[in-house]
Ligand binder design. Sequence first.
Ligand code: 5BU
Length: 277
Amino acid sequence: MSSKSQLSYKARASNHPNVLAKKLFEIAEAKQTNVTVSADVTTTKELLDLADRLGPYIAVIKTHIDILSDFSDETITGLNALAAKHNFLIFEDRKFIDIGNTVQKQYHNGTLRISEWAHIINCSILPGEGIVEALAQTASASDFPYGPERGLLILAEMTSKGSLATGEYTKKSIDYARKYKNFVTGFVSTRALGDEQADSSLATEDEDFVVFTTGVNLSSKGDKLGQQYQTPQSAIGRGADFIIAGRGIYAAPDPVDAAKQYQKQGWEAYLARIGGQ
Ligand code: 5BU
C-alpha cells in the first residue's frame, strides 16, 4: 500500500503537486464521498437524469460517451452544467490505446471532443511510452485552454477474468506515471501500487498517485462476461482512493438509495483506513 494511503484526503489535497489530484481530494473531503458512478446508460436523457439525481453523493461521474445513441452538444452542455452544480468531475473511460499521433486526434476535437469536457481520461500503455507523452502534450499545448484541469489515469490493471494487465505491464505503468507526473493523476487498478520492481529512481518523496478501483458491487460477485467484483471495504482496504460502481448503482431498484449506501460504506472504509484522523 502507498505510504500516503493512510493520510486523510484533506492532508493529501493540501499541497498535492498534481492539480487534478488535489481537486479530487478536495471534492471527496467537501462532499464526504469517494464514489464514482459508472453511468453506463445509452441516452443523453438517462445520463443527465442520473448525473443530476446522484450528483450530491458522488465525487466523479464516469462515462462511456461512445455508447450514447444520441450524443450531441446538449450532452456536453448538460454534463458540464451538472458537474458545476453538484461539484463532481467527469471521467471519460475511453481507454486510449494507439500510437501517439492517433490518440491525440481521438482525445482532441473529433466528434466527441473529449478534451473539452472530460476532466479525467485513461489509457493503456500497451503501445509504449509514446501514448502517455502524446496525451500529455495535447493537454499542455499553449492553445489548449483547459490544461490544468485535465488529468490521465493509467490503466495499470483490469478487473476482468484473465486480464493480461499484470507483471511487467503494471510495472511500466508505474514508471510512466512517475515520468509524466504532472499529467498522470494516478491509476485505474485493483490496489495501491507500490514500488514492486518499477524503476524506483523515478520516484519522488512527494509521490502520491490517486487509485481508482472499478468492479465494486455490494450485492454481486461478478457477471457472466468475466467481470469480477469486490466490496467497497475490500477495494478501499487494498488502497482504492475512489471506488467505481456501475450496475450496483444505476441498475438498482432505487439508484439514489444505492448511491447513498455506497457513499456511506465507502466513507466508513476510508475512515477506518486512515484510523479516524
Ligand atoms: P459495473 O456495472 O460496475 O460492472 O461497471 C464497471 C465499469 O467499469 C464499466 O464501465 C467498465 O467498462 C469499467 N471497467 C471495469 O469494469 N473494469 C476495469 O478493469 C476497467 C473499467 Br479499467
